[in-house]
Design a protein around this ligand. Structure first.
Ligand code: M6R
Length: 612
């Protein structure tokens, strides 16, 4: 969570930073801030709220306007998802040392900040925020400055001071540092995402490539512990373990060999809304293409051999990705001899048993802390690890033995939609390959079945849901995880409390809550459980709960009991999983629109959960 950005180049830094932070806001958006080096002091904005609330009719830093002569500009910025200390102006980054000459932005958590802070206070430092991050600025002050009567004087290079500080802090982090008058940004990461974009006489650091592609498509991914500096003479990477080797002693050729520049194929158009009112709707409309790409990216030749050889698969994921894992586990066990053990990322570390078989992790961002930790745990048990992710170069791709990309393109909306469909594309294709391609033909056409779902009318169902405070979602078999994902989507963006149940479980307690005020959304399509499912729906209806059914609009047994039917044509197990999932995403979307919610940035959330 949190997004960080740094700019060094010939453009005015403030506007570049704010523009970039807008693209990083999906990572956290309760407050933001930037600091720009003005030569004699740092100029800063730190605010609770959204960047779009900032008036844009005035120059950001009027006193820098006379600075037009300057041809190298430096600044850092941050958009926050609060962990230590509530959202407020004082807790917004950047944070400063006592001299006010050093500014830092930090994404992640400094786990040992408390004893460090106590020691710094004993040493005479005073703190301005409740954050863990502020200790970094004070520690750098200690390492960087010599305190003289006439004022603090740098005793070493800023990069060296940052390197000293990395020996004192632990946790997960990506940090950017600048100081008055050095015309330099120093960056370091440890399990936190960080990319350096290399432009023509300009450099841009960011938590991901979205703010970078406007300026360059050439990027470098620093490794954990590397100290990266940009100055007006270029960029320098000091590799962890290089000991006292001078920070810039490496030749250009040596650096390129160790840090290959990746040329991104991402375009600016891909990260813009393209006429849609929300990213979420745009991303849902991209699903037919995304699904096609995902399914066809995996063939018997590209699947890691270990997945074919091992009989036991441990799957670890969080949130929406976990639901995709549930569907995979259900189908693979039904269609092959393999055994699948599914684990929630945040609970996996408490498992007592050793990790068995091949470890398969699923993560859109590739940055979810618990899922990345799961890959490491798999490594500790000498397990081969496979990561399914959407982000090339993300932390998980560096930790896992094998990476399978889901090819969904950038997903900006906090609610996962097209990435879920892409995950299903990869996972269902895996099921086909691992089980001998029982329904390979069905899957190769399934993307076409999404198209009619996009233009269905959801109005009647929306009217029922939008007036409720509590709802239930029910399904059986493989549709149980489908409704779990549908309920997650609804609560996440509409703030309506929605609970998903396996349909048969409802009468084991939750029936007590059924009333005309608690609508139930049910997936009821032909299959082995159809008769018992329609029986369950009758029981629900008998308790007075309004019933929204995803099913055949001509089936008399559904017409009899449903208050509203969202028409879904039964075409086959894999197709039905996809079409019902898309319909539930759209239902959640239109309910949230009706309620006037902040759809792409729902309250209290962030897209990448990079803290445990
Ligand atoms: O990036 P990941 O797939 O690892 O993210 C996992 C969850 O945080 C994520 O799926 C979350 O549940 C979604 N925002 C839900 O829409």
């Amino acid at each position: 969570m949190c997004g960080i950005i740094g700019y060094g180049g010939f453009r005015e830094a403030g506007p570049v930073l704010l523009q970039g932070l807008l693209l990083l806001e999906y990572r956290g958006y309760d407050s933001f801030g930037i600091a720009v080096d003005g030569g004699d002091r740092l100029h800063a904005i730190k605010r609770v709220g959204r960047i779009s609330d900032l008036p844009n009719d005035k120059p950001l830093f009027p006193s820098l306007a006379s600075d037009g002569e300057k041809n190298w500009h430096v600044g850092i910025g941050h958009t926050r998802w609060a962990t230590h200390g509530p959202p407020s102006d004082k807790n917004a980054h950047p944070h400063y040392d006592c001299t006010g000459k050093i500014a830092i932005v930090h994404n992640g958590i400094i786990e040992n900040y408390h004893p460090l802070k106590e020691q710094l206070i004993r040493d005479g430092h005073s703190f301005s925020s409740d954050t863990d991050s502020e200790v970094i600025a004070h520690l750098i002050e200690e390492a960087y400055f010599e305190k003289k009567e006439e004022g603090p004087i740098p005793k070493r290079r800023l990069a060296e001071a940052v390197e000293i500080v990395t020996g004192k802090i632990f946790g997960s982090y990506a940090i950017l540092v600048t100081a008055v008058g050095v015309d330099e940004i120093v960056a370091v990461r440890s399990s936190g995402p960080l990319v350096l974009g290399i432009g023509d006489s300009e450099f841009i650091f960011a938590s991901d490539m979205l703010p970078i592609i406007e300026y360059t498509n050439r990027v470098v991914y620093p490794d954990d512990g590397d100290i990266v500096c940009v100055t007006n003479s270029g960029y320098h990477i000091h590799r962890k373990g290089d000991g006292k080797r001078a920070l810039d002693s490496r030749s250009e050729a040596e650096r390129k060999e160790e840090y290959p520049i990746t040329v991104l194929s991402l375009t600016l158009q891909q990260v813009k809304k393209g006429g849609y009112p929300h990213y979420m709707l745009k991303e849902i409309y991209e699903e037919p293409e995304v699904l096609y790409q995902a399914v066809h990216s995996l063939t018997p030749d590209t699947i890691p051999q270990i997945l074919l050889d091992e009989d036991y698969i441990t799957v670890v994921a969080c949130g929406t990705s976990y639901h995709a894992g549930m569907i995979f586990a259900h189908l693979l066990e039904a269609m092959s001899e393999k055994i699948v053990k599914l684990e929630i990322g945040s609970e996996f570390k408490y498992a007592h048993s050793p990790v068995r078989g091949v470890l398969l992790t699923i993560s859109q961002s590739g940055e979810t802390a618990d899922t990345v930790a799961a890959v490491r745990r798999g490594g500790c048990f000498n397990r081969e690890t496979v990561a399914i992710t959407n982000v090339l170069g993300s932390s998980i791709t560096r930790e896992a033995d094998h990476t399978l990309l889901m090819h969904a393109g950038p997903e900006i909306s906090v609610a996962a939609t097209k990435s879920f469909i892409a995950q299903l594309g990869v996972l269902l294709q895996m099921v086909n390959i691992m089980s001998g391609e029982i329904c390979g033909e069905e899957l190769s056409h399934v993307h076409k079945a999404i198209v009619p779902i996009l233009s269905l009318s959801y109005d009647a169902a929306v009217d029922i849901c939008a007036h409720s405070e509590h709802m239930f979602y029910v399904g059986r078999g493989v549709f149980y995880p489908v409704v779990m994902e549908g309920a997650l989507k609804l609560k996440e963006i509409s703030y309506i409390h929605a609970e998903a149940y396996a349909a048969g479980e409802l009468k084991h307690g939750p029936f007590a809550l059924l009333s005309p005020e608690t609508p139930v959304v049910a997936v009821c399509l032909p299959g082995p459980s159809y008769a018992v499912m329609t029986g369950n729906l009758k029981e629900i209806k008998a308790r007075g709960a309004p019933l929204i059914v995803l099913g055949d609009p001509h089936a008399p047994e559904l017409i009899d009991i449903a208050d509203c039917i969202i028409p879904i044509k039964h075409e086959g197990m894999m197709t039905d999983i996809i079409t019902t999932s898309v319909a539930l995403q759209l239902l959640a979307y239109y309910v949230a629109v009706k309620l006037g919610r902040d759809i792409d940035k729902p309250r209290n959330l962030a897209k990448s959960v990079t803290v445990e």
